[in-house]
Design a protein around this ligand. Sequence first.
Ligand code: GAR
Length: 216
Amino acid sequence: MQVSSSTNIKARCRIVVLISGNGSNLQAIIDHCGNDQSPAEVVGVISNVQSAFGLERAHSAGIDTHCLNHREFVSRAAFDEALAALIEGFRPDLVVLAGFMRILSPSFVDHFAGRLMNIHPSLLPRYPGLDTHKRAIADGAKEHGATVHFVTRDLDAGPVIIQGRVEILEDDSEHTLAARVHEIEHRIYPEAVSWFAAGRLRLQDDIALLDGQPLT
Ligand code: GAR
């Protein structure tokens, strides 16, 4: 974030959001950033899937969008390099993964270390990877939820910023449980983003700190 020396007014935290699909978390973040008092603004949305509905959401909100199709690249490394260059073109303070269904290479993660966040639909470290709702129900788990974390080289294992919990009900299907987890996600992700944008949240020595205090 830059500070203007003449006015001493802090520029808003510039956020780039990466998506692959529906973009409901993107929408929650856009809505949260929507008022003039917000310390954050979404300056760009990038999808690896052209048909992602999130691109339409961004377009409707007047946000610059790009599609970078990973299938058009010869390797993960080549895609990640082009993606990093595209993101950097927005001069972001924070890069937010919101349903971006690609594993990112270590060099990409290192490049954005401390300014790269993800949301995962489980109470990490439980259920990293895919099909989290189905696995939680199959295990007979009593609770489930979502986790916002800083992204590090370890998949779905970076320092936790905030978690939201839901009870698993006896008659829950994957679909009903996913819907309740989504509601929680839409509350905790904007909150984590606003902490970062306000300068309250940072990553130091692989620990997430809020107001200087470890979060885990
Ligand atoms: C969210 O539930 C998010 O937690 C999950 O994808 C969904 C995207 O929904 N992310 C992952 O599974 C990443 N491992 P959305 O497109 O409606 O925001």
